[in-house]
Write a protein that binds this ligand. Structure first.
Ligand SMILES: Nc1ncnc2c1ncn2[C@@H]1O[C@H](COP(=O)(O)OP(=O)(O)OP(=O)(O)O)[C@@H](O)[C@H]1O
Ligand SMILES: [Mg+2]
Length: 465
């Protein structure tokens, strides 16, 4: 037995005693109260999983106690015990949320059965609630990190749109900028959060399959359709459907989607009946939809319909100041995940992270931090911990090639002997550049067409420092 706690509110001592005796034998923990007031006080001081409540009490009646328990905001299950079950009090008790009522004298076996069911219901309800709040925490708006004005705009958009009546939202932005994150945040910040969030990636499926996933199909609609199947729109009723990569949706389905967005009705594949649901559609794409419209790959009318409430998430390179907080955010996250205690990154490493262009945006940044934290051991992540390509590219972005002739071209090409490794060649090049620049690192870096940081990184690597 799970040792759940039962509070018995009953003024007759003898009944209390026999109940306690019987229920303790089942492994329950028992608390007792002889009056309504005492019962409420006990409940106020300690949690109970279930209350056995006598209807006729010296100071008040069971229905009144039940009302007060509900006012306290407790979700404790209540079973009412009544010696003269009047229909009205029983109906009232159920209306107030009593789990059930039993006639007195209470038959112990019947009581145990009802209690078992009531406790199971409470357990499930608590579990669902815990799961839901964990989800809200995992997908809530607090997970969108960033200090830039751009990301602050996105955050206030999410808040506004979540509580609005907007039925369609278009989320655009390059890959890895957080479109999924924003879609979930909109759902979990809205009243729809207690209803499903359904997610489908339009690229992943051939068009006909995507159609039946979205709209469902009737039995016999096509060869394999042996059963009626509800689509995501139906399953998400009251909630949100997230159409990821909408730019990849085929033209036929685009037309059907437009009809749904405009009329709120649709038909299952092979169906003749219009079905109506209440869902908010969030659509995301990293494609330039306007261009797709010009090219005839995306319906103009659908584009305008989607674009009524648009939000754009800019590339990380256009809000580079977010790198600081994002790095910190991911360090905290991976410290927890990998049981590490990394403090932060050194100024040199941060400098490099700030210079890099981040073509993969936040996903790439997150991956870099993850990789470094899996492999590294140090409390401060250093330049040498960062992937070499990143350090190199960070250098290139500082000195783009179009600034004059390629610096490397001015170097005499080394002549590798047979079997020389790339690493050796690189070392030779670095050493040569340093020699030519007479030890001046900035000049040597310029000769190699990399940043000074990248050069120092390489010097360290090759033991030239
Ligand atoms: N502002 C942010 N704060 C914290 N984490 C973020 C932020 N933006 C993105 N991320 C994280 O970066 C990763 C990529 O984000 P997401 O999957 O939402 O990108 P996306 O725009 O949907 O990319 P794609 O176009 O490739 O589908 C996720 O792990 C996400 O949690
Ligand atoms: Mg995505």
């Amino acid at each position: 037995m799970s040792g759940e706690k039962i509070l018995i509110i009953e003024d007759e001592k003898l009944i209390r005693m026999t109940l306690r005796e019987r229920l303790s034998r089942e492994g329950y923990q028992i608390a007792e109260a002889g009056s309504g007031e005492e019962g409420l006080r006990t409940l106020d001081e300690e949690e109970a999983d279930l209350v056995l409540l006598d209807y006729k009490l010296p100071d008040t009646d069971g229905v009144e106690v039940l009302r007060r328990i509900r006012e306290m905001g407790r979700d404790t299950a209540v079973i009412l015990m009544t010696a003269f079950s009047t229909v009205t009090s029983a109906v009232e008790a159920i209306k107030l949320g009593a789990y059930d009522y039993l006639d007195k004298p209470v038959d112990h076996e019947a009581l145990l059965t009802v209690m078992g069911k009531a406790l199971e219901t409470t357990r499930l309800r608590r579990e669902v609630r815990r799961h839901r709040s964990e989800q809200e925490e995992a997908y809530g708006i607090g997970n969108i990190v960033g200090r830039s004005k751009e990301i602050q705009n996105v955050l206030s958009f999410v808040e506004k749109v979540a509580s609005s009546a907007a039925s369609t939202v278009l989320i655009t932005g390059p890959s890895g900028t957080g479109k999924d994150l924003v879609a979930k945040a909109i759902h979990y910040a809205s009243d729809r959060r207690i209803k499903p969030f359904m997610n489908i990636t339009c690229t992943a499926l051939p068009e006909t399959l995507l159609e039946s996933e979205l709209f469902g199909h009737e039995r016999g609609a096509f060869t394999d359709a042996r059963q009626l199947k509800k689509g995501l729109l139906e399953l998400a009723d009251g909630g949100t459907v997230f159409l990821d990569e909408i730019g990849d949706m085929g033209l036929v389905l685009q037309a059907k989607m437009l009809r749904f967005l405009e009329e709120k009705t649709f038909r299952r594949v092979g169906g003749a009946r219009d079905l109506r649901v209440d869902v908010r559609v969030l659509a995301a794409t990293n494609k330039d939809l306007e261009k797709a419209v010009r090219q005839g790959a995306f319906r103009e009318d659908l584009y305008y319909r989607l674009n009524v409430v648009p939000v754009h998430i800019p590339a990380l390179a256009d809000r580079i100041e977010d790198v600081h907080v994002l790095v910190q955010h991911f360090i905290v996250q991976f410290n927890r995940e990998f049981k590490r205690n990394v403090q932060g990154v050194t100024p040199e490493a941060m400098d490099c992270l700030l210079r890099y262009r981040w073509p993969g945006n936040i996903r790439e940044l997150k991956n870099v931090i993850e990789r470094v934290m899996i492999l590294g051991e140090k409390p401060w992540l250093d330049l040498t911990d960062l992937p070499e390509e990143l350090v190199q590219h960070a250098g290139l972005s500082e000195e783009p090639e179009e600034h004059g002739e390629s610096a490397a071209a001015r170097m005499p090409p080394p002549s590798p002997a047979n079997g020389t490794s790339l690493r050796d060649m690189e070392r030779t090049l670095v050493a040569q550049a340093l020699e030519r620049a007479e030890g001046n690192q900035s000049q040597a870096a310029r000769l190699l067409g990399i940043s000074r940081d990248a050069l120092r990184y390489k010097m360290k690597k090759f033991g030239l420092l």
